[in-house]
Ligand binder design. Sequence first.
Ligand SMILES: [Zn+2]
Length: 177
Amino acid sequence: MKLQYHSPCINKECRNVNVLQEYKRQIVQCEGCGQEYEFIPTKTVKLSAYYRAAGNLNEENPKDLIDKLSIYGKILELIGGIYGDAFNDWGMAEAERREIIANGIYHRPSVDGGETPSSDKKGEAAGELLAKEARRKEKKFEAEKERWRKAYDSTSEQINIMKKRYDHLVNVAKGGV
Ligand SMILES: [Zn+2]
């Protein structure tokens, strides 16, 4: 199975999507406008390539269905990896937030960048602002992590449905029920 990777041109007025054959860091010359830019492979780009390949297969055909199952096995693995990355990002954001709060308690940053005792009201406000921003970031990463966990679960479910469909198609071909 040959995958193709879609890479939108970085020139905002161009809107051309370049189709790449290789999943590697490379300099691309846009086929639409000639602009050169660097393509950096990401797991989500690879994921889209798998979905496109799977989308061309006919589930009513047992051979295609087997291919689709195999692609979905790779999709599941990739989503597991993306979920793992998202989980780590979330953990790091949480640690960062805790550190900011801990720092806020012991030496709140003052407006001039130095460290002032925690009784300093301006410093306290600045510390809380930092913690608020860190909480916002943590929530964002948490939502992202959850999104991928759900994607993992629904992909597993899709794989199970495909397996059942395959068994059904094979039974029908054998003349069973
Ligand atoms: Zn272009």
